[in-house]
Each structure stands twice: as C-alpha cells, then as structure tokens.
Design a protein around this ligand. Structure first.
Ligand SMILES: Nc1ncnc2c1ncn2[C@@H]1O[C@H](COP(=O)(O)OP(=O)(O)OP(=O)(O)O)[C@@H](O)[C@H]1O
Ligand SMILES: [Mg+2]
Length: 386
C-alpha cells in the first residue's frame, strides 16, 4: 500500500473511532437512564430532567447526531490538511531517493540528492548523497587502479622482455657455436647470469610492491642507534660505490646516543632505492658524487641523500613518488626500471611516521630528504637525567 493510502486509511480510523465511541457512550447512558427510570420511578429533579430530556424528548438524539456529524466534518478537514502536509514533507524526498536508487542500479552516479532541510528525510537524503559520493570516488579510484594495473602489466612485459631477449640471444650464440673460445663462452654465460639476476630483482621488487600496496609488509620495528646504524650502512655502501668509481661523502651531525624506531631492513631498502636512483641517473660527463648528511631536527632525524646527476625537471618533481611515474620516459628507457622504487620508499617512510620530499635541478643533481621520528623514551630519559 502506498504511503498516501496508508495516511488516508489511518486518518479515517482516527476520525471514526472517537465519533463512534462518543455516540456509543451517549446512547449507552440514555439506555441506562431509561432502565433506571423504569425500575426506580421518578422521584427527584435530576431524574425528572433526564426523563424529560434524554428519554422522552427526541432533541437528545438529534443533538448527538448533529454533534457527531460536526465532529466528523471538523476531524475530516483537519485530517485532509494533515495528510497533505505530511505527504508534502515526505513525498518529494521519497521520489528523489527512488530516482537515486534507480540511477545507482543502472550505474549512473552523476547526480545529487543533497538536501538543505533539517528533518529526518533530509538527513536520509544527505546520508544517501554521502554514499553516492563515496561510490563515485571508489569508481574513480577503481578506474585509476585499472589504468595503473594495465601500465604495470605493460611495464613488466617491457622490463622482462629486455633481459629475456638478451638471455635468448646469448644462449643461441652458445648453441650455434658462435662462442668458440672458452673466454667468449664464459662472457656469454656471465651475461646470461647477470640478466637472470636483473629479472630476479625486478620480480622481487614487484612482489614487494604488491605486498606494500595491500599493507602486507611485515615491519620489525626496533630501537636503532642513529650513528651506529648509518655508520654501518655507509661502510657497506662505500665499498659498492667505490667499485663503481662514485665518490661518497658522509656527514653525521646527530649526537651519539640518539635513537630512532625503525625496521632496519626496510630503512636499508629506503636508502638503497634512493642511492640506486642516484647511480642510475648519473651524468656521464662529470665525476659522480653522492653526499649523505644526517641531521638532528628536534623530534626527528633528517636524512639527506644528494647526487650530482641528471636531475629532475621542475614539472616532474611533484610526481616522482607516484606509482609507475618515470620522468621523461624516453630519456630513462635505457636505464630500465618500472617507476615504483620511490613509491615504495614513500610508503615505507610514511609507515614509519615520517615524511619524504625532493629538491632537484636539471643537470645539476637531486637531493632526497626524509625524516624519521626519534625514539621518545630516549628523550624522556634525557629530560630526567638533566
Ligand atoms: N636521483 C635521481 N636523479 C634523477 N632522476 C631521478 C632520481 N631519482 C628519481 N628520479 C626520477 O624519478 C623517477 C621515479 O623514480 P623511481 O625510483 O620511482 O622509478 P625508476 O627508478 O624509474 O624505476 P624502479 O626504481 O622501479 O626501478 C625515475 O624514473 C627518474 O626519472
Ligand atoms: Mg628507482
């Protein structure tokens, strides 16, 4: 039954019940009075009046009937006005909600049912509007995700194809007897080995990326002494970079007892990803140089990793932490990569409660800066000691 019909039926019941009850009551009293008069006789003024007015005079019946009709008409008009008023307050919003539900069912989310009213129906419309906006945002996010997944698949295909083509070429070289000397054979096999390693790194990176994206990365947070951690880290890096003829300068301004809370493995991943970019995007015309600076900045420790490489164009800077973003793809295509290194870095830094940013100038170099929060108890202990 429609809301309007329900209202009409309800109001008719509300009108009839009091009128019928009133009439019933009056005729009940009349019949009691008749009964009483028949048994007791008329011996006082009240009963005399009752007999005169209620029992023997027909005016009583017509007064009751007129009264009932008048009450019925008044209640009927009032009910009609109330039905119209209630219906006016609910019907338009119900229509809007029905239209909204139909639109959503058909996949159309480009409408609005926001209401400025303050009643419950307006609240319901606004709640529906919130739901629609969320659905619309989810749909947009899904489109972006789908585009990114497509980009990822084409990147993976591209990045895997390069080493696979090389492996195939060198393996054919060996099979066809092109590599005749043992030295040449070793060179071919070594290249196959290196290319297989490249593929392995890429696959590991993609696995890590999918874990990071779904928050499945297991962090092992620990208290780390900043000086000990970064001194060890730089020692390891120094050897690697020296082999590649890259100069590494390291300055640490942090007090010896300062600690941070971090996952040592993931912190290492951050540094390696940033350094591997510095190495990958070096300029061929200058001696390569990487500078690592660790500073104490109040509640945080700041780590700056700078290079004198190719740099990043100003218009690309806001996007370098985006998934799959690679500045000037054609220039970088020879360097290889999927454009996920820095998005992983950003996610890990943020999961540590830190922040990351970049400054860069084309053909001059890039500096990646990030902050990690200090271990708080160490600060409290210092306060107590002082
Ligand atoms: N030190 C740097 N010097 C110059 N350009 C950089 C530097 N670091 C990052 N970039 C630019 O930012 C882009 C994104 O870097 P990111 O590490 O996310 O991806 P990638 O290095 O291209 O690929 P991946 O790290 O997944 O192998 C790079 O493609 C590059 O254009
Ligand atoms: Mg990278």
């Amino acid at each position: 039954m429609k809301l309007k019909s329900r209202l009409v039926v309800s109001f008719f019941i509300i009108i009839f019940v009091p009128v019928v009850l009133f009439a019933g009551l009056m005729y009940g009293i009349k019949s009691l009075a008749q009964d009483f008069a028949a048994r007791q006789g008329v011996d006082n003024q009240v009963l005399e009046y009752m007999q005169d007015f209620m029992i023997e005079n027909d005016r009583f019946d017509s007064i009751i009937q007129n009264f009932c009709v008048a009450v019925f008409i008044i209640l009927f008009v009032t009910a009609m006005v109330m039905i119209w008023w209630i219906n006016k307050g609910i019907s338009p919003q119900l229509k809007a909600l029905r239209m909204a539900a139909n639109n959503i069912k058909e996949g159309n989310l480009d409408f609005s049912i926001a209401s400025t009213g303050t009643d419950e129906m307006s609240d319901l419309c606004n709640a529906f509007e919130d739901m629609r906006v969320r659905l619309q945002n989810n749909a947009k996010d899904r489109l972006v995700d789908e585009a990114e997944q497509r980009a990822l698949i084409s990147n993976i295909a591209h990045d895997l194809k390069t080493p696979i083509t090389a492996i195939k070429g060198y393996a054919e070289g060996i099979l066809d007897g092109v590599a005749v000397t043992p030295e040449k054979q070793e060179k071919y096999i070594r290249t196959i080995y290196n290319k297989a390693n490249e593929m392995n790194t890429l696959i590991n990176e993609l696995t890590l990326y999918s874990k990071i994206d779904t928050n499945k990365i297991p962090y092992n947070f620990q208290k780390l002494n900043v000086n000990e951690y970064f001194n060890d880290c730089v020692n390891e890096l120094g050897m690697d970079l020296e082999n590649q003829h890259i100069r590494l300068d390291y300055t640490n301004f942090v007090d010896p007892d300062v600690q941070i809370i971090a996952d040592p493995e993931q912190l290492g991943r951050i540094i390696n990803n940033i350094i591997s970019n510095s190495v990958k995007y070096m300029r061929a015309d200058v001696a390569s140089h990487i500078i690592i600076t660790i500073k104490d900045v109040g509640d945080f420790v700041e780590i700056d990793i700078g290079d004198n490489g190719k740099g990043i164009a100003q218009h690309d800077l806001p996007y370098v932490f985006d998934r799959f973003f690679r500045a000037d793809t054609s220039r970088n295509s020879a360097a290889g990569g999927s454009g996920i290194g820095l998005s992983i870095v950003k996610k890990i830094v943020e999961d540590h409660g830190g922040k990351i940013w970049v400054t860069s100038k084309e053909n001059q170099g890039t500096t990646m800066c990030f902050v990690i929060r200090k271990y708080e108890e160490a600060i409290h202990e210092q306060d107590i000691d002082n």
